[in-house]
Design a protein around this ligand. Structure first.
Ligand SMILES: *Cc1c(COP(=O)(O)O)cnc(C)c1O
Length: 415
């Protein structure tokens, strides 16, 4: 019997695929049949096969057939219906608290501004916005912009780039001057999975509001917004929710805050009576007030097919496969990449890890370019990080092994 670790991993990958209860879902996606290895489902998910036909039907039947009548008949309610369904299936959010709207960047801006205004109105000393030093650029840029605009102060939380903001770091950053804290549920760089319930309590104990960025967790990691007592959350739908390039983001506002928070982009779609076209803006009740302009109806259709799949598979089973995939990837990495000098730049404990793992080596930028030429698609993040995104509905264990074997060859070639 061979003792080559690659042969043993091949046997293991076959066994894991054979016993994977979600294996059949992979075939529901475009590209499952190709030999391309996709490690970027955490940046842009693959399209479900049925989406092409459903989008075509929408263009002819709904858009072409109903024309402007479609707004009254169903489109106006889509951001709320779809938001509620997403909230129910993947966010632990009761109905009436989730809406599909603008981009993640715009929704983060609106909710950060609303939260800062609300807290500092109640206590003028609350002028601090807390954010991680290593958070996703858009999150950091927004906080700096809002601070400059509103005369607020940014409090940066320093973190280990192989982890993320944890309870100890957060406790040192919040206090009586904190208005709002922006946190990532899963770090885009390391894959660190925050203990959202505990961190939310720390923010509340300081008298501040928390805004969770769920971009890298929604659809891969169970989220319990209501149970955690979260105030606000925003996340992408084109990553693990397969909504397509630029599909609109979602926003969650806990019911208890909806009457008091006022967002800054006052548009007609967020007004109390949209078609009254009155002389002044009065915000609507409920989630409508967090909208600004006309909802991107076409762009929010694709994610419905992924929600069907999530309903079918269940988020608990999706998370279970995600953990098995990342565990397998780390075992393979320890077996064939560690001897080449590749380090794991993600948490080892699955309870602290989301759906991707980051592997670090000085040659990873060149390795990424080489892999893309071979139809092996991970992505690169400084410093020296190769991100291996393992979307649980679309990634197989054999694909994971083949991709990591290609990484080993590329590191040998570049190293
Ligand atoms: C992907 C991502 C975004 C993207 O924001 P867009 O407005 O959709 O470009 C924001 N924050 C995080 C943490 C992300 O991972």
């Amino acid at each position: 019997m061979s003792t080559d670790p690659s042969d043993l991993f091949a046997v293991e990958a076959r066994a894991l695929d054979a016993s994977d209860p979600l294996a059949a879902h992979r075939d529901a996606f475009v590209g499952a049949e190709s030999s391309l290895i996709y490690f970027d489902g955490n940046s842009l998910g693959r399209p479900p096969r049925v989406t092409a036909q459903r989008l075509a039907d929408f263009v002819t039947g709904q858009w072409g057939g109903r024309l402007i009548r479609g707004w009254d008949e169903s489109w106006m309610q889509m951001p709320f219906h779809l938001g509620d369904r997403l909230g129910h299936l993947a966010l632990g959010a009761a109905a009436g608290q989730t809406v599909i709207g603008d981009s993640t960047t715009v929704l983060l801006y609106k909710l950060l501004r609303a939260a800062l205004a609300e807290r500092s109105a109640g206590d003028p000393g609350r002028v601090e916005i807390v954010v991680g030093r290593d958070d996703f650029p858009t999150d950091r840029y927004l906080v700096e912009g809002i601070a400059a605009e509103r005369g607020a102060r940014v409090v940066w939380v320093d973190v280990d780039t192989t982890r993320g903001v944890d309870a100890d770091a957060l406790r040192g950053a919040v206090g009586p001057r904190t208005a709002v804290v922006l946190l990532s549920h899963v770090s885009y760089r390391s894959g660190y999975l925050a203990d959202a319930g505990t961190l939310t309590r720390i923010v509340h104990d300081a008298g501040a509001l928390v805004l969770w960025d769920l971009c890298h967790s929604a659809g891969a990691v169970p989220v319990e917004l209501d149970a955690w007592g979260v105030d606000l959350a925003v996340g992408c739908t084109y990553k693990y929710l397969n909504g397509g390039p630029g599909s609109p983001a979602f926003a969650y506002v806990a019911a208890r805050h909806q009457a008091t928070l006022v967002q800054p982009i006052q548009g007609w779609m967020g007004a109390a009576d949209v078609f009254a076209m009155g002389p002044e803006y009065r915000p609507a009740a409920g989630m409508r007030r967090f909208l600004s302009g006309t909802p991107p109806v076409l762009a929010m259709r694709a994610m419905e097919d992924t929600l069907d799949l999530i309903e079918d598979a269940g988020i608990t089973a999706i998370r279970a496969k995600s953990v098995t995939l990342t565990e397998f990837a780390l075992r393979v990495s320890d077996g064939i990449l560690a001897p080449l000098g590749v380090r794991v730049a993600s948490p080892r404990d699955p309870a602290e890890r989301g759906g991707h793992v980051t592997l670090s080596h000085p040659a990873m930028r060149a390795v990424t370019a080489r892999l893309w030429e071979q139809d092996v698609i991970p992505d690169y993040r400084d410093p020296h990080g190769l991100r291996i995104g393992l979307a649980p509905l679309t990634t197989s264990f054999a694909e994971t092994l083949a991709g990591l074997t290609a990484v080993a060859e590329a590191v040998r070639a570049e190293g």
